[in-house]
Design a binder for this molecule. Structure first.
Ligand code: ACO
Length: 328
């Protein structure tokens, strides 16, 4: 059975930045509150003519270029997103067109855990022999789905995309993936309008159901409880312990969540990747954005063991344990 290895990581951020000072002019908040409660200083916002498939295509093309893989070599594209360009066709198909890909392509919806779910799907496709080269993208433009009068959500989210090129390998890459979901927590974080349960209508817009609604403190408690559990489960299934982890790369939702999780796992801060201050919570893009920062900073080396861990709406959660085999 072939292993699934990561050849390259890359990311894309839109140019425009939205600072905490900008948000102070929109809602009753302060830079001091946002930084101390979340760790976020600014976030990037897609240009009016940019949508999720644009960000996805830019990150995907950058990852292919870094891996030295031609578009024709990709035989599966998975785009994890919670903010597709439209309900259909899939954002993956739109991004594929922009990248010149002609392989099977589909969207994966698992909110901020989407990137881990996508790594799981790509790994299965490679290990089964059905696919040799898989492009995995996490892309979100959540600023289009946010009520900029709701200070509980508008300070958190930013736009971005990140991508991995994964390929069949003789060397072990992805060692284990553990995923979970619990629909009983569905109401804690949702966007209600625009689907079959509540189609777009004047009433839906009047109720603000076209915007993300979140119970922040309950999501916080869920995250700090569930992330350590799923990380240990994935490590155990990979035959490893927390002492083997070179880098913990958690979903970047709140610096206090990351710190609590690291403490509960007993992983020192020096081995935890933080990439929230300049990008905010970018949902499915957050883990590859953090990984790309590690790579471009020269801090990712062959043989490093990565614990990539996500959580989000659904509720969903997941961890992937990976040995870095990509180019240094
Ligand atoms: N500025 C100033 N004050 C604020 C703001 C703000 N932006 N937001 C809330 N407050 C106030 C509240 O009104 C409240 O005031 P009160 O005590 O007078 O009632 C006080 O601050 C505390 O509010 P909490 O909601 O308890 O604040 P908390 O410390 O929990 O921080 C936050 C809120 C940042 C949202 C936090 O709960 C959080 O990060 N939760 C996790 C959210 C998350 O990760 N979501 C994404 C999941 S991934 C996905 O699937 C998209």
């Amino acid at each position: 059975m072939p292993h699934a290895a990561i050849l390259a990581v890359a990311s894309y951020l839109p140019e425009r930045r939205l600072t905490n000072a900008d948000l102070e002019r929109l809602v009753d908040t302060s830079d001091e509150w946002i930084v101390s409660r979340t760790g976020i200083c600014e976030r990037h916002v897609a240009a009016p003519d940019e949508s999720t498939s644009d960000l996805a295509a830019k990150a995907g093309a950058a990852a292919l270029a870094r891996a030295g893989v031609a578009p024709a070599e990709v035989d599966l594209l998975i785009v994890a997103t919670s903010s597709p360009d439209m309900l259909f066709p899939a954002t993956a198909c739109l991004a594929a067109r922009k990248m010149g890909l002609s392989c099977p392509a589909f969207d994966l919806s698992a909110a901020c855990t989407g990137f881990i779910y996508a790594i799981g799907q790509a790994t299965s496709a490679i290990e089964s022999g059905r696919s040799r080269t898989v492009l995995v993208i996490g892309a979100d433009v959540l600023t289009r789905l946010i009520d900029f009068t709701d200070r509980g959500t508008c300070i958190l989210f930013g736009d971005g995309a990140g991508a991995l090129v994964m390929r069949a390998s003789e060397k072990p890459g992805v060692l284990g993936v553990h995923l979970g979901a619990d629909g009983s927590g569905a109401d804690l974080l949702s966007l209600r309008a625009g689907g079959s349960a509540r189609p777009c209508s004047v009433e839906a817009l009047r109720d603000g159901d076209n915007f993300i609604k979140m119970n922040g403190s309950e999501v916080f408690k869920f995250a700090v409880r569930q992330i350590p559990i799923v990380t240990r489960q994935a490590l155990q299934e990979s035959g490893l312990t927390v002492d083997d982890v070179t880098w913990l790369v958690p979903h970047q939702a709140n610096t206090r969540i990351t710190a609590t999780v690291a403490e509960r796992l007993g992983i020192p801060a020096a081995r935890v990747v933080e990439r929230i201050a300049d990008v905010g919570n970018t949902s499915t893009a957050s883990i590859p954005l953090a990984l790309d920062a590690l790579y471009t900073g020269g801090n990712l080396h062959a043989g490093d063991v990565l614990a990539l861990v996500g959580f989000g709406a659904g509720l969903t959660w997941g961890a992937a344990i990976v040995t870095w085999t990509g180019e240094e």
